[in-house]
Write a protein that binds this ligand. Structure first.
Ligand SMILES: [Zn+2]
Length: 414
């Protein structure tokens, strides 16, 4: 066929997080957007491009399981007020940065809409493949409600603003209708703020979000659409309650305890810790304009971060790589690797952004792996990240080649 694109990566050292060591001497054949063959013997093709990696590392494109590509500032209340055109332009810039860091798929936990997803899919925006939920829902006064104590404006307008990562809905039937509408608009899962948060002004971290009946209804609606509910959950109490109501993915899980971790595992649910947002907010949040009431909440969720990873691992919970970054802090996206590497085995940290992330996104076999039939999302790393995970940081400086769905995004090899 005339317009077939074939690329062969020869002499690659494959790292996908499944093993503690690199698989050297591997050969990978890419045809159009898909990986067609992976072999320890040389692969020959009639035509196409041969890239001899000479022992460099080849990894699946990285996956961030918790991001907000429309979060263009740490002040999320202000972000909601920006014109959609400006949010689009700024989120294009954010997505470009993600791709440059080697992230070829990102699950957006509130903000990105079908239009952005489609624009990426059509190649109009250079960015990672988006998996979206639309708006993240909270109750009045919950984690999507950015009105302070003295702000009596209604909140309904949030639903129609691209810069609003979430929307405020109360009651079983209004929430049901809102969930159905997000799914109609292309939402691929449902995000509920089932616990207080840091970036919102009036919900302490120990508050619950939504009644049990509201959460259980959301779980039923998600199941009807053959998908799941992801819950913004910090405390052990709120995690237990959320898991009991059927939430299938626990976002943050920062204040998890042994009992809550075992409950996540027993339910077959996943956890997506997001340590780097708390670290980076702690370092730069106040200077970037994070409101004082939010700054005051940071330490309560930052300090237990590393311990939460150990608790989740001890219970055998599958963890996805998450970052939850906002505005200028997006440059910290790969630093989550380094944080986790302090307490987890390096290959498991890598697996959270590859094979395990694919499980969280329910895209096993399609992303996060180097195997026949998977999207040709591939990154070349100069050096072995199993020995030095910081090779994945520094804004892609050690990633000379990035391929997304068979298209070369970056090539400094030649
Ligand atoms: Zn988030």
């Amino acid at each position: 066929m005339a317009d077939e694109h074939i690329t062969i990566f020869a002499n690659a050292g494959i790292v996908d997080g499944s093993l503690e060591t690199r698989r050297d001497g591997m050969h990978v054949l890419v045809r159009n957007g898909t990986i067609e063959a992976v072999d320890d013997r040389e692969i020959r093709a009639q035509a196409g491009r041969l890239i001899d990696l000479k022992g460099k590392t080849l990894m699946p494109g990285l996956i961030d399981c918790h991001a907000h590509v429309c979060a263009t500032t740490v002040r999320l209340g202000d972000n909601a007020l920006l014109p959609d055109s400006l949010v689009t332009a700024k989120s294009m810039h954010i997505m470009k940065g993600m791709l440059k860091r080697g992230f070829t798929t990102v699950r957006d936990l509130g903000g990105a809409d079908f239009g952005l997803q489609q624009a990426v899919a059509e190649g109009l925006i250079a960015g990672p493949r988006l998996v979206i939920c639309g708006k993240g829902f909270s109750q009045t006064g919950g984690h999507s409600d950015f009105r302070g104590r003295y702000d009596d404006r209604p909140s309904g307008w949030l639903l129609s603003r691209l810069g609003a990562l979430g929307a405020v809905v109360d009651g079983i039937e209004p929430l049901r209708a809102a969930i159905r509408d997000q799914i109609r608009r292309g939402g691929q899962f449902v995000k509920l703020m089932a616990n207080g948060g840091v970036a919102s002004p009036t919900d302490p971290v120990n508050f619950f979000g939504f009644s049990r009946a509201e959460i259980e209804m959301a779980v039923e609606e998600a199941a009807m659409a053959r998908t799941y509910v992801s819950g913004h959950l910090y405390t052990a109490e709120s995690i237990l309650r959320g898991i009991n109501c059927g939430i299938a993915c626990v976002e943050h899980a920062t204040l998890v305890d042994d009992e809550a971790a075992r409950a996540i595992k027993a339910a077959g649910a996943f956890a997506v810790p997001t340590l780097i947002i708390f670290e980076s907010l702690n370092r730069e949040g106040a200077a970037l304009g994070l409101p004082p009431e939010s700054v005051a909440k940071i330490d309560g969720v930052r300090r237990p971060g590393l311990a939460s990873l150990e608790t989740l691992r001890a219970a055998g919970v599958t963890m996805g790589y998450g970052t939850d970054l906002l505005g200028a802090l997006h440059t910290y996206q790969s630093e989550e690797f380094v944080l986790r590497d302090q307490v987890l085995p390096t290959h498991e940290v890598i697996r959270s952004a590859t094979l395990d992330a694919a499980k969280v996104l329910r895209m096993e076999g399609r992303i996060g792996c180097i195997a026949p039939g998977a999207y040709a999302d591939l990154i070349v790393v100069d050096g072995n990240p199993l020995k030095d995970i910081s090779l994945l940081t520094r804004q892609g400086a050690h990633i000379p080649l990035i391929m997304k769905e068979g298209s070369i995004i970056k090539d400094d090899l030649t």
